[in-house]
Design a protein around this ligand. Structure first.
Ligand code: KMH
Ligand code: ZN
Length: 273
């Protein structure tokens, strides 16, 4: 089986220090968490940034500072800025993360509109997706296709038919936000993408570890981190993102799967360095 790529979503836009004091807000905290994940075996750092008080932002300068500081500590990491930001942000606000220099190797491309609970709706119209896909393509940034349900795979494939995506396609199945996060869901999602595509999966909250285990066995790649889950086991808060990555590395070892280095990840994903 192909080596396992571990992505760490260290921060997110929604989780808070009240939920887990190790959630990073400041640049120093973000670098600390990125380094803990990288040292433990993550090749990809999925990056959101926050102001020091925890408010999520897509501010270009804040991304640049975080990106440069992470690169200093984790020189070979694949840094994947979010273009999703937080629900309610405008497209222009969200796109600032693609303006950092040099252009990041990868960024997210959210492939549909999604209910985030309560009154929160994360809006991605077809025109938004087309615009974002065009910008990523022009800048040579590989999109990670964020899909929160099967319909979003179909929207991504519609974008592909318009010639907006470069192959191989890479999907991230985010299970447990809009669709449920069962093994049946995971098998259905993995079976719904074109042959030759790569995929990562993440389970939100308590589903995280079961989705990670099933993904390792199925030949997919794993995303873990505070953005998606704050607990290392039932009732026990994770001390760091690195602790979570270490657990995935241990699981992979137990299940007979080697972990990819960042350069091996680039090769698996069809990315040039
Ligand atoms: N925070 C969510 C509203 C992404 O990073 O591209 C969007 C999100 C997806 O996290
Ligand atoms: Zn995100």
């Amino acid at each position: 089986m192909e080596k396992l790529i571990i992505t760490c979503a260290i921060c997110g836009a929604e989780v808070t220090k009240e939920q887990n004091p190790a959630v990073p807000y400041t640049i120093e905290e973000i670098v600390r968490e990125a380094k803990s994940a990288y040292d433990a075996g993550a090749s990809i750092i999925h990056l959101h940034v926050r102001w020091d008080d925890g408010t999520p932002t897509q501010d270009r300068e804040r991304f640049q500072v975080a990106y440069d500081a992470i690169k200093k500590e984790c020189p070979n990491a694949i840094i994947q800025p979010s273009t999703g930001g937080a629900a309610g942000m405008t497209d222009l606000e969200r796109l600032q993360s693609t303006d950092i220099l040099p252009s990041p190797e990868m960024a997210t491309l959210d492939c549909g509109t999604c209910n985030f609970g309560g009154d929160e709706i994360f809006v991605n119209s077809d025109n938004t997706i087309i615009n974002f896909a065009n910008i990523l393509k022009d800048k040579g940034i590989k999109p990670e296709l964020e899909v929160f349900d099967k319909g979003m795979i179909d929207i991504a494939l519609k974008m592909d038919r318009k010639g907006l995506l470069v192959h191989p396609l890479h999907f991230d199945f985010v299970l447990g936000v809009q669709m449920t996060a069962t093994i049946r869901d995971l098998v259905f999602m993995a079976g719904s993408i074109p042959a030759g595509s790569t995929w990562t999966a993440t389970g939100i909250g308590r589903s995280a570890w079961q989705i990670a285990a099933a993904t390792i066995c199925m030949g997919g790649h794993v995303r873990i981190g505070f953005e998606d889950n704050l607990y290392i086991e039932k009732g026990v808060l994770a001390k760091s993102n690195g602790e979570m990555v270490e657990k995935v590395v241990k699981m992979a070892k137990l299940l007979g799967r080697e972990v990819a280095t960042p350069d091996e990840a680039r090769e698996i994903l069809g990315m040039k360095k």
